[in-house]
Structures are given as C-alpha cells and as structure tokens.
Design a binder for this molecule. Sequence first.
Ligand SMILES: C[S@@+](CC[C@H](N)C(=O)[O-])C[C@H]1O[C@@H](n2cnc3c(N)ncnc32)[C@H](O)[C@@H]1O
Ligand SMILES: CC(C)=CCC/C(C)=C/COP(=O)(O)OP(=O)(O)O
Ligand SMILES: [Mg+2]
Length: 298
Amino acid sequence: MTSTELAATVATSTSNSAGTPAPAIPYQKDIARYWDHEARPVNLRLGDVDGLYHHHYGIGDVDHAALGDADDSAYEKKLIAELHRLESAQAEVLLDHLGPIERGDMLVDAGCGRGGSMVMAHQRFGCNVQGVTLSAKQADFANQRARELSIDNHVHARVCNMLGMPFETGQAAASWNNESSMYVDLHDLFAEHSRILAFGGRYVTITGCWNPRYGQPSKWVSQINAHFECNIHSRREYLRAMADNRLVPQAVIDLTHATLPYWKLRATSSLVTGIEEAFINSYQDGSFQYLLIAADRI
Ligand SMILES: C[S@@+](CC[C@H](N)C(=O)[O-])C[C@H]1O[C@@H](n2cnc3c(N)ncnc32)[C@H](O)[C@@H]1O
Ligand SMILES: CC(C)=CCC/C(C)=C/COP(=O)(O)OP(=O)(O)O
Ligand SMILES: [Mg+2]
C-alpha cells in the first residue's frame, strides 16, 4: 500500500487503533489538528521511497554522484531519494546515541509522528518501541505500517500527551524526542522522561533551538514558530531543564553545518514548502542551531 492509499484509509476512519484519551489543553488540540491534517508531499513522497515516514530533517553531505545530471528525466526522483537518505541518516545518528540496547528493552519515542524512527529502532535493536503522538491520524498510520511490516508486536503508537505517558516509573531503557520538544514546556517534558527512564538510562533529543549567543529569537526563528505553530526553545533552556531533572548531558553535538546541505538541496526541489529560506538564513546568521543532546538519567 502506498502512503497516499494509507493516508486515505486513515483519513476515512472514525476511530483510531491507539484508543487513548484526547489531548488535554487547547494548544494541544490545535497541534493534534495540525498533524491530523498534515499531508505535505515533501513528507509522503520521501516516505514512499522505502516506507519509513519521517517528520524531521536531514544531515550529511549530498551524494552528487548519486544525483547525476539535473537535466536527466530521473533527476527529481533521485533528488527525493537523496533527501530521504539524509533524513534517515539523521535518525541513525540519534539511535547511535541511545547506548547499548538489549532485545528485551523498551524504548520510548516521545512525539513519534508517523513512526519512521520507531521502525528503525526496532530493526536495529530488536526491542520493543512505544511511541506517543497527539495525532490520531499519525498513530493510526504508524500502527498500520507496523502491521504491514509484521512488527506490530514490538512497535506501537498511542494518542497521548508526552507530558503524562502511560509507562511505569523506570520502565524505559532509553527515550527520545526527534524534533518534537518545541511543542512543550521543557521542565515538564524532562521531568516525565526522567520518571519513565531507568537509572542510567539514556535520553536523546535532536532539535532546533535558538542560540543565546544571538540574544533573542531572530525573525527567522519567529517565522519557523509561526509556520509550525511551535515554540522553539533556546539552547540554554534545554541544558538548564535537563540539569534540573537528573538528565546529565553526555554529548552535545552541533549539527547545524551537517544539516545545511539538506536544506540547500531541498530548496532546489519541486517539493519546497516555503520554509527553506528561514532555516537556511537562521542557520547561517547564527541565530538558530540544530543540536543533538544525549543525556544520562542519574
Ligand atoms: C515534527 S513531528 C516529529 C515526528 C517524529 N519524531 C519524527 O522524527 O518523524 C512532531 C511530533 O510531536 C508530536 N507532539 C507535539 N506535542 C506533543 C505532545 N504534547 N505529546 C505528544 N506528542 C506531541 C506531534 O504529534 C508530532 O507527532
Ligand atoms: C527543527 C525544527 C524547529 C522543527 C520543528 C518541528 C517540525 C515541524 C519538524 C519537521 O516536520 P515535517 O517533516 O512535517 O516538516 P516539513 O513538511 O517542512 O518537511
Ligand atoms: Mg519533512
């Protein structure tokens, strides 16, 4: 089944397979609505390349040899495959920082989207991966993909607020936010990760954050917030909220330079959404950073 067929299936369903309560506060209802209605070709067509559907951005150098000649009729297809390769490479780097994971472990993807990272985590570690999203459409989509891959006994998405997850205290070996922490208060978020993580467990986030060295959120950062209805935090807020919640950074990696090739390539594609300029300019003027933070739960 292609993503378009899959999207049509979930769009017509009146209930979802996730079966958990609706979002609590008005803002979360807006975010649930946003993601329930999201169907941008830049996400669906990239996901169709190999069935891993992401809502995050890419890192790494562009493989110009793989792209070939821009005049070639197959160029656009190759460009889409290349953007998708860079997005999956981003998820691989996040998974690299989870530390040693056993088959019997449970991982939590907070703000799991359509579940691409969950599938990759299960395929790499063989373990149980639980995701939460505010969007019933996304949870249904992720669960349907898991069924199609016959991994639904190990990979499951719920409709649930990541600030109150239905997991036992200390149950998770590792947890992460992949571009989903700009929708919540960071103290509330890290308190909840800290609760569900086992002592010594690993938390990883990849996020866009505004740079305190710039001073305040730039106009480009404000544009990104308005575009996605999110609230980008500063690097300082991340580190402070982690420190206050027993999450001790083990690695802080600036991926800003690594993500720029993705954006520059995407800006040349037919799938542009109009937000490319804000990302490129804010990364280049130093007001915005693409960061990975891996922290130990102590
Ligand atoms: C940009 S998408 C990222 C999806 C996924 N992490 C990925 O890499 O493909 C943001 C996700 O955060 C989720 N989200 C935002 N606020 C949330 C909340 N309070 N609780 C649970 N999920 C939330 C949205 O539903 C959406 O799935
Ligand atoms: C780094 C920051 C600030 C991210 C904000 C969260 C977000 C919307 C991520 C990408 O989602 P997407 O894949 O649905 O977006 P797009 O349609 O632009 O590819
Ligand atoms: Mg995308």
